[in-house]
Design a protein around this ligand. Structure first.
Ligand code: PEP
Ligand code: MN
Length: 333
């Protein structure tokens, strides 16, 4: 429950109650009865979350009222570890790496080897690619899925891959361990319901202009429709300025992870769009408690058919892999 208002006894020492709430990190506004006397304190939205029992223990407080949540299933999933093949989303960050698109079987196999060498436990890669321009490469389709599955199996990795159409849900869910919903489809409600029915855990990317509430409500829809678990993925939102590809919202990552205990993976590749700055964003994401990183990599970034400018080479991927391992060791201490 998120505390919303604090009921006061008529005899309460208002100054003392307000001092006690501020000490707990709660910022409040006085609410007055018809006679003008203060009867309650409304908790402002940017206050810290505080256990309602602690608030109720303040002398002069007679009760704490909370708002019901719009996404109770998401809330109930907090702090629940999630296993996806060899990967465990829990305290230690997970590394997900692979190509933007599955271009050919050799490239996919080489990407899986790079991912494994860097310490990844999940291979990423798109067989069906959402492209802004209808003239861009749209992926290798079903055969791309088969290359990805074979490469993941050959390297002991789980597979995450995107499904864009309701018609393909069954085929993708049959081959993927984690089904990805891309940024552009975060609010494609028919697709969300269909994917939920497939019964696979889902990686839900944040829509490019989606509020946190909209994102969590889409996660709720997946859980209501039958998905066993949802991992959120922050991949940058549209900022006021297009100098970088997107704007990575790390404040929200920290909030959803540290306060609400949800699994949030960060995708710095799509957030920044250029490979030289990805290591810095990756380090920042880990510092904010990210549940994992999702990175695009390619054995020959210049030859990538999709998102070449943000494809990491093996050396840089290994360097970030070391950061992930260090963060995991830190989490275990
Ligand atoms: C992707 O991860 O392959 C992708 C297309 O990302 P997004 O949906 O975040 O643009
Ligand atoms: Mn991409």
């Amino acid at each position: 429950m998120t505390p919303r208002s604090i009921q006061l006894a008529p005899t309460a020492d208002l100054g003392a109650v307000e001092h006690a709430t501020r000490t707990l990190g709660l910022w409040t506004t006085r609410l007055h009865g018809a006679d003008g006397s203060p009867q309650a304190l409304e908790i402002q939205g940017h206050s810290q979350w505080v256990d309602p029992d602690r608030i109720a223990g303040i002398p002069g407080v007679t009760g704490v009222l909370g708002a019901p949540s719009g996404h109770p299933r998401v809330d109930a999933s907090a702090h629940q570890p999630l296993r996806v093949g060899p990967a465990v989303f829990g305290d230690a960050p997970v590394l997900i790496a692979g190509p933007c698109s599955a271009d050919d079987p050799e490239q996919v196999m080489a990407c899986a080897a790079m991912a494994q060498a860097a310490g990844a436990t999940i291979l990423r890669g798109g067989a069906y690619k959402p492209r802004t321009s209808p003239y861009s490469f749209e992926g290798s389709g079903h055969q791309g899925l088969l290359w990805l599955r074979a490469a993941a199996d050959a390297h002991g990795l789980a597979l995450v891959t995107e499904v864009m159409s309701e018609r393909r849900v069954e085929a993708v869910a049959a081959l993927a361990d984690l089904v990805q919903i891309g940024s552009r489809n975060m609010q494609n409600f028919a697709l969300l319901s269909e994917i939920g029915k497939a019964g696979k855990p889902v990686l839900l990317k944040r829509g490019i202009s989606a509020s946190v509430k909209e994102w969590l409500l889409s996660a709720e829809r997946l859980l209501v429709s039958g998905a066993p678990a949802v991992v959120l993925c922050e991949r940058g939102i549209r900022g006021a300025d297009g100098t970088t590809r997107n704007l990575l919202d790390l404040g929200t990552v920290a909030l959803l992870r540290r306060v609400h205990g949800l699994h949030v993976v960060v995708d710095p590749s799509h957030a920044i769009g250029r490979r030289d700055l990805i290591p810095d964003l990756a380090a920042a994401a880990l510092a904010c408690g990210a549940s994992g990183l999702m990175l695009e990599a390619h054995p020959n970034p210049g030859a990538a058919r999709c998102d070449g400018p943000q494809a990491l080479d093996g050396e840089t991927l290994n360097r970030i892999g070391t950061l992930v391992r260090d963060a995991a060791l830190g989490a275990a201490r």
